[in-house]
Write a protein that binds this ligand. Structure first.
Ligand code: OGA
Ligand code: MN
Length: 379
């Protein structure tokens, strides 16, 4: 029988790296039986129902952002991780397609910044969606076609644009944060007990079925008392939530389409990673049917709108093999501003620098140089 992740770890070693590699392994595939699945409720003894604040968000405000009434959300916390909240798909039936379209069609547009801007001219990256919709390859068609820009998209930044090299945000690299995503973030964080959240920076990660995201801590934001919000769409992922040290063995959990995660309090600065994308389980693929069925739940002045059949045809094809994750961050505390010098830069663990350099974007670049090596470096 395959070894379970927890039995691998010896004290004192980089347990996170070991378990990351365990879940990333292709051959033979790992045993997934330790992975917590919140869609099955409090199935593990580590999972406890979490109390939300339904009074903080009216049903109408929730519906305007495409969310169910807060009292119907299935929210959980994890023993040993205070401040971590997992909400199992709180979206109204038919509203995820809108958010998927925003992630694929709207947010990659200028003035937002994406990985393609690093080596292409502004005119070449101007209309990623328009230049991709005809060529988007069908995962089932065996033919090799050149990748579309949408298939080459690895990350987009919003608001205060994260600088991957300096690992900082700065006052002079800011464009307006999307109002609809701000609305969604404000409702979710308020329901979780964080009124007055200000969505100032966003990072979208686009994962193919063989992508992963390296072990890191999100510490570049200046106010760590504000929560970090994470939204997932499309294929599922294994998410690893660790401790404050790499020696702490992480807990593995599934993130399915529509799932929402909040890292706050003591869990705000924990190591985490995405070692593997996994197919959405049967039933979750009902997202495929959601398409143009944004029922009668559409409110007046809703930020969520019915998307066209053509847009949904492209989005649903894309998410058949891909996952999109959106993290929303408040960078500055109330009344806070950026320090004068550009040298504001801190790491809690200077020896561990893999962090963002292992994002899907960079891994993709490594892969194009040495095609199959990424998953084969088991030691
Ligand atoms: C991040 C992150 C997790 C995910 O972007 O910082 O941790 O689920 N993303 O993609
Ligand atoms: Mn992160």
């Amino acid at each position: 029988m395959a070894k379970m992740a927890a039995s691998l770890v010896e004290s004192g070693e980089d347990a996170f790296r070991k378990i990351f590699k365990f879940y990333r392994r292709r051959n033979p595939p790992p045993d997934f039986s330790d992975v917590i699945d919140f869609s099955k409720g409090a199935a593990s003894d580590k999972v406890v129902p979490a109390k939300l604040d339904p009074a903080a968000v009216s049903d109408a405000e929730a519906a305007r952002a495409g969310l169910q009434p807060v009292r119907d959300w299935r929210a959980f916390s994890l023993q040993g991780y205070p401040g971590f909240i997992f909400i199992s798909n709180p979206f109204l039936l038919g509203s995820q397609p809108f958010w998927v379209r925003q992630c694929l069609k709207t947010y990659p547009q200028k003035p937002n910044v994406c990985n393609l801007d690093m080596h292409m001219s502004p005119s070449e990256t101007e209309d990623i969606w328009g230049k991709s919709i005809h060529g988007l390859s069908c995962p089932l068609s065996g033919k090799r076609q050149p990748k579309t820009l949408l298939e080459k998209l690895r990350w987009v930044t919003l608001g205060y644009h994260y600088n991957w090299d300096t690992k900082t945000y700065s006052a002079n690299h800011y464009t307006p944060f999307p109002a609809d995503l701000h609305q969604l973030s404000v409702q979710i964080t308020a329901a979780c007990g964080f009124p007055g959240f200000n969505a100032e920076a966003g990072i979208l990660n686009y994962y193919r079925s063989d992508s992963s995201l390296g072990i890191h801590v999100d510490e570049s934001e200046l106010d760590h008392s504000r929560p970090l919000l994470s939204l997932s769409f499309g294929q599922s992922a294994i998410f690893l939530l660790g401790g404050t040290h790499r020696q702490d063995p992480p807990t593995a959990l599934y993130m399915h389409s529509g799932d929402v995660m909040l890292m706050s309090g003591q869990s705000r600065l924990l190591y985490h990673a995405v070692p593997r994308i996994v197919p959405a389980p049967q039933g979750h693929t009902s997202l495929e049917m959601e398409g143009c069925s944004l029922a009668s739940s559409l409110q007046d002045n809703s930020v969520v709108e019915q998307i066209s059949e053509q847009d949904w045809a492209v989005c649903s094809k894309y998410i058949q093999s891909s996952r999109v994750n959106v993290t929303v961050r408040q960078v500055l505390g109330p009344g806070q501003s950026f320090p004068e010098t550009a040298s504001y830069h801190q790491r809690t663990d200077a020896g561990q620098t893999d962090g963002y350099h292992d994002r899907p974007a960079d891994r993709k670049m490594k892969r194009s140089r040495s095609c199959d090596s990424v998953d084969n470096d088991e030691t």
